[in-house]
Design a protein around this ligand. Structure first.
Ligand SMILES: Cc1cc2nc3c(=O)[nH]c(=O)nc-3n(C[C@H](O)[C@H](O)[C@H](O)COP(=O)(O)OP(=O)(O)OC[C@H]3O[C@@H](n4cnc5c(N)ncnc54)[C@H](O)[C@@H]3O)c2cc1C
Length: 439
């Protein structure tokens, strides 16, 4: 029975989900739960990429950091996602130019480039063995989208001096992806893909090594400003912390912890399956150059090969709170639309995760009060952007506001309908777009 908590209702408490990622990563030794009372400079709630990156960067600067997670480090979307490290924001540069003006659009592009560079430098600096590979293919499933893909690649080359992307015509896309469902697309060698849980665990190890105090199985149940306004008092299920600053990095798992954030971000579940190992030759017949692929559907299909040649295929969003009872079959359907030749293949793993979207599909980065900051709502584009946002929140705590201001200025609307109605309204809107996609 779903009680309305994304933090608990779809998963076992304190345990990583039964995913391919869990099976192919070495968990860290558990961090003890917070007990009793204490204090710190900065308390961070949520140990996904946002919280881990904040903790790492703040601890490196000498801040006394306490990082709390209700389950385990990397337990949330950060340990379950498609691993695709995209270039740019979730919104394309044309839409950003139209809605925010060319200057803001340019700043957001360069922040996204910083985000990709940050991921690569963290992997190198902390020797994180997360199998990063270059290349991301965007594939158009409708002929009518191909001209705009071509124009967009040319725009990035021309207006943003970005030479890593190129147009891929119909005859070539059929060679890159062993499927006849695509009409063209773009190939971006500045983007890439990685093992998301290994990346999260590497960040956690680096944060702990830098001195961050990590506590798992420590759910924050409430927080309030202290009487003198100088600290924030944070309560967990078994302890409390007085902190100079609080960073809320809960993303799709926020539940009711903060109503201001909850009104601007919407949790959505998404699912991935992993096939049995296919062997090198069959893997190359599906994705020739080991790049990751995402397609132009509203409910995006995104896929790539694992190191041991399994197809990791994500898709089949559902607009209910709870995961489907048979995730493997739920995602197998869109997989077979793309690759009917995989009908004979066994599906070894199927899992779900909760992400957070905003109305604008741009991250929600905000100072909620003098001492409380948040970043979330990456709308499916969080591997790099959440890593960057964590660093940017750290900068803001430290008094450097340049990049924080750029992100905070991006308008994010409240979802209409209030707490009770916003979910059914979203379901209606999403179902409409998903239907339109099939026309
Ligand atoms: C199935 C799936 C596929 C995706 N694919 C991609 C992709 O290919 N590329 C991409 O860029 N993005 C992708 N995303 C999105 C990306 O994973 C997220 O944007 C990113 O991981 C967000 O990181 P985060 O740290 O903000 O949140 P999370 O990783 O979700 O971490 C939030 C943490 O907060 C903790 N928490 C919440 N409330 C509390 C509380 N009260 N007390 C203590 N702890 C709490 C949770 O336990 C959780 O560990 C995908 C997401 C999903 C679910």
């Amino acid at each position: 029975m779903f009680s309305g908590s994304f933090l608990y209702d779809n998963d076992a408490e304190g345990a990583y989900p039964p995913s391919y990622y869990t099976e192919s990563a070495e968990p860290l030794k558990p961090f003890a739960a917070l007990e009793g009372s204490g204090s710190c400079d900065v308390c961070i709630v949520g140990a996904g990429y946002t919280g881990l990156s904040s903790a790492l960067h703040l601890a490196q600067r000498g801040y006394d950091v306490v990082l709390l997670d209700a389950h385990r480090v990397g337990w949330g979307a950060s340990g379950r996602n498609g691993g695709q490290v995209a270039s740019g924001q979730r919104k394309d540069q044309e839409s950003l130019e139209d809605s925010l003006g060319p200057e803001a659009a340019r700043s957001l592009w360069s922040l996204a480039q910083d985000a990709n560079a940050l991921v690569k430098s963290l992997i190198a600096d902390h020797e994180i063995d997360c199998q990063y590979k270059h290349g991301s293919l965007h594939a158009d499933h409708k002929h009518r989208y191909v001209d705009s893909s071509k124009a967009y690649a040319e725009k990035l080359q021309r207006d943003y001096d970005y030479d890593q992307i190129r147009f891929v015509p119909k005859n070539e896309i059929g060679e890159l992806v062993g499927s006849d469902t695509y009409f063209g697309g773009t190939l971006d060698m500045g983007a890439g893909h990685l093992h998301p849980l290994r990346y999260a665990l590497g960040l956690a190890r680096a944060a702990a090594d830098a001195g961050a105090r990590i506590h798992e199985r420590s759910q924050v149940v409430s927080y309030k400003n202290s009487g003198n306004g100088k600290t924030v008092k944070i309560k967990t299920n078994a302890g409390e912390i007085d902190a100079g600053f609080l960073i809320l990095a809960c993303n799709g798992y926020l539940d009711d912890l903060d109503s201001r954030i909850a009104s601007r971000v919407m949790p959505i579940n998404n699912y991935i399956i992993a096939t049995e190992p296919l062997g090198g030759d069959r893997a190359r017949s599906l994705i020739r150059d080991d790049v990751c692929v995402s397609d132009s559907r509203f409910v995006v299909n995104y896929y790539r090969m694992s190191d041991d040649h399994r197809l990791l295929f994500g898709g089949g969003e559902s607009y209910s709170h709870s995961f489907p009872s048979d995730i493997k079959n739920f995602v197998r359907r869109p997989m077979l639309q793309v690759y009917p030749q995989l009908r004979d293949v066994r599906i070894d793993y199927g899992w779900g995760g909760t992400l957070a979207i905003t109305g604008s599909r741009m991250p929600y980065v905000a100072r909620l009060s003098d001492k409380v900051l948040t970043a979330c709502g990456y709308s499916g584009n969080g591997v790099a952007m959440a890593t960057l946002a964590g660093q940017v929140l750290g900068d803001a705590v430290d008094g450097t506001l340049g990049r924080f201001d750029v992100l905070e200025k991006v308008p994010t609307m409240r979802f209409p309908g209030g707490r009770r109605l916003r979910w059914p309204l979203l379901v209606l809107a999403m179902t409409y777009y998903a239907l339109r996609d099939r026309l």
